[in-house]
Design a protein around this ligand. Structure first.
Ligand SMILES: Cc1cc2nc3c(=O)[nH]c(=O)nc-3n(C[C@H](O)[C@H](O)[C@H](O)COP(=O)(O)OP(=O)(O)OC[C@H]3O[C@@H](n4cnc5c(N)ncnc54)[C@H](O)[C@@H]3O)c2cc1C
Length: 418
């Protein structure tokens, strides 16, 4: 392959967890790589998430289909999911397909495909954590999926045990006493939890992405901070225009998370993408021991996490247009419930962080070659688990780009499945 006439071999667009991990893997493979983002690495969706490397997340989040849940969603007062009419209308086609793909038959096919990708998650983070010297950000004690009612706890435990046996995961059942021993400050509303042992937590998600970006630079990679304003295929290369100049390369990787769809439509692709927005707020840690684990209040639908900048509360899904102004009711409602569960100090900022999970209609990310363009590669749509799946995506895309047999079958993740 001749690389002389190009500024670089590959341009990666988007320096979130996905783009940074891809850039790192390609640089390790000996490619000259330029990573472009309008912000410093890890400052968008990959900054504000709950920071769980979810090795246990073999089953993606399905659209609720039972009448009871749907009836509860309609009044728009649930904490785990809220919708704004504009968000529903704008994404109606993709949401309808999401609903179809959540039917038992379709979902049963998707689940093992998704699990095959998740199975690579911690094993691919591990060498990157070591290369980045980021061990101090990582905790390998698992996280707690916490329940309030015995019925919900036992039903979930039964399903989780089946999944754990099928996919080789380790879980521990914590009854009220065992949970209280681990988290003495939890209120009595918590009656039990599943401890997911294989998953890891990260004290500062944005800092982990930044550390991975530094490891990429140490391999000779170049980070360019610039807003991309256009991209076009030239003769044998790709040209990317930014506010600071033009970049050229033989290959272009689209890893722009929730912004990927804007560019795909300009390139002529119609993929069923949508976003689920989410918020976070940090709270002053309480006096005393404080929280030790990341805890999901599973019957309500939010996560509290003892992070470096305070206790971070992250909300569930909001179906709303990506760029619409924030709506604070979901966070306020989650905070009110969380304050009764765990001791939370004062809010540490005036405005909550807002982000958007980049979702697809079949719950699986798009990873692989663009169907209609040579040298264009896709890596987006990682939904609820992009922080988990970045390094696995980097490895797999590197293998695909170099014509090797990928570690897992990538057919279910290619764009031409739609
Ligand atoms: C509240 C919440 C909690 C979550 N919790 C978890 C969790 O615990 N575990 C987990 O695995 N996942 C979690 N997620 C999901 C996860 O955060 C995302 O899937 C992941 O961050 C997506 O990464 P990405 O690299 O695809 O996108 P991003 O991190 O958004 O990166 C895309 C990048 O593209 C750049 N970009 C866009 N347009 C341009 C342009 N024109 N020019 C230059 N640059 C541009 C942006 O600046 C951005 O940096 C959570 C998400 C939310 C919202």
């Amino acid at each position: 392959m001749s690389r002389e006439c190009h500024d670089s071999d590959t341009i990666v667009l988007g320096a979130g967890m996905v783009g940074v991990s891809i850039a790192y893997h390609l640089a390790r493979r000996g490619r000259s790589v330029v990573l472009v983002d309008r912000r410093a690495p890890g400052h968008e969706t990959s900054f504000g998430n709950a920071g769980i490397i979810q090795r246990e997340a073999v089953a993606p989040y399905a659209f609720p289909r039972d009448a009871r849940t749907l009836l509860q969603v309609v009044p728009n007062r649930r904490i785990d999911i809220r919708y704004r009419p504009a968000g529903m209308l704008g994404a109606a086609g993709a949401l309808f397909r999401y609903w179809q793909n959540s039917a038992p038959g379709a979902y049963a096919r998707i689940l093992p495909e998704y699990a095959s990708l998740i199975s690579l998650s911690t094993q691919e983070h591990a060498p990157m954590i070591a290369a980045a010297g980021a061990e101090s950000l990582i905790c390998r004690d698992g996280w707690l999926e916490m329940y309030r009612t015995p019925e919900a706890f036992e039903a979930r435990l039964a399903r989780a045990t089946v999944l754990a046996e099928r996919f080789g995961l380790t879980l521990e059942r914590l009854d009220r006493a065992a949970l209280a021993e681990r988290e003495p400050e939890l209120s009595k509303e918590a009656i039990g939890a599943i401890l997911w042992r294989d998953s890891w937590t990260v004290a500062d998600p944005g800092a982990l992405v930044a550390a991975y970006a530094e490891a990429f630079e140490a391999l000779g990679g170049r980070v360019v901070k610039a807003n991309v304003t256009s991209m076009a295929q030239g003769e044998g290369d790709w040209r990317v225009t930014t506010e600071t100049g033009e970049l050229r390369a033989r290959n272009l990787v689209m890893a722009m998370g929730p912004w990927a769809g804007d560019w795909l439509s300009r390139l002529g692709y119609r993929l069923p993408l949508f976003v689920k927005r989410g918020y976070h707020m940090h709270y002053a840690p309480p006096q005393g021991r404080g929280l030790r684990h990341w805890i999901m209040d599973a019957e309500v639908g939010y996560v509290v996490a003892p992070m470096r900048d305070g206790v971070r509360l992250t909300t569930g899904a909001e179906l709303a247009p990506r760029d619409a102004p924030p709506e604070l009711d979901q966070l306020d409602a989650a905070e009110a419930v969380a304050r009764r569960l765990v001791p939370l100090g004062a809010r540490l900022s005036d405005t909550p962080w807002k982000g958007a999970r980049p979702c697809t209609a079949d719950m699986k990310p798009v990873i692989g070659p663009a169907p209609e363009h040579d040298g264009l590669w896709f890596a987006f749509g990682h939904g609820h688990q992009g922080f988990t799946l970045g390094p696995a995506t980097g490895r797999l895309l590197g293998e695909m780009m170099d014509g090797e047999t990928p570690a897992i079958d990538m057919t279910p993740f290619r764009a031409d499945r739609f």
